[in-house]
Design a protein around this ligand. Structure first.
Ligand SMILES: [Zn+2]
Length: 196
């Protein structure tokens, strides 16, 4: 999922040139990362991922690679299907607590209360659409070492994980929004999909 937040203000002063160079480098890294993330029109985004069975080195490396890509793309979540790997796992970082990965996630509880808010997606560049999500969710699954995890999440974190869970079932935010916003989003995405 893409991050809506403004870039963090620097606490100390920079020489203007160094600041500009830092920004340009971050932007270059963001573009490189996005180029490695499957974009709308790629069939991998529409496929259902399979449960992870082996918690081996390959899985650890995948989690590391996805975490780096999420950071460099300046996103708050990334699912394996977005890097063309059809396995049920995603990484996310909705707050300052650092990145986390969850493998074979299942929804244990979901609040009846929902909230409508705009969402972006690293695979649908330039698109932001309102999506209704449960305000609170409990997820159960494994960490990359195969240990059981249970996460109780609310507000933004709840939204982020529901977005990433959808990716594991081939569901995108344009499927979850209203007709008007879907039409607008498709108009933004179509020229790119044809160019690929
Ligand atoms: Zn997404």
């Amino acid at each position: 999922m893409a991050d809506d937040a403004q870039p963090h203000e620097h606490e100390h002063e920079h020489v203007p040139d160094a600041d500009a160079r830092e920004k340009a480098e971050a932007e270059a890294r963001r573009r490189l990362a996005l180029a490695q993330i499957r974009q709308y029109g790629d069939p991998a985004l529409r496929l259902i991922a399979h449960d992870v069975e082996e918690f081996d080195d390959d899985l650890q490396q995948l989690v590391e690679r996805m975490t780096v890509l999420m950071h460099e793309a300046q996103g708050v979540g990334l699912a394996a299907t977005q890097v063309g790997v059809l396995r049920r796992l995603f990484v996310f970082e909705p707050d300052e607590d650092g990145p986390r990965a969850i493998v074979n996630p299942v929804v244990a509880e979901r609040s009846e209360e929902t909230e409508l808010d705009d969402e972006g997606c690293l695979s649908l560049q330039g698109v932001k659409v309102p999506v209704e999500r449960a305000t609170r969710i409990v997820l159960e699954g494994k960490d990359p070492d195969g240990e059981d995890v249970r996460l109780e999440l609310d507000e933004y974190a709840s939204r982020v994980v529901q977005h990433e869970l959808d990716h594991l079932d081939g569901v995108l935010i344009i499927d979850r929004t209203d007709d008007e916003h879907r039409k607008e989003a498709l108009a933004t995405l179509r020229p790119r999909a044809v160019l690929r």
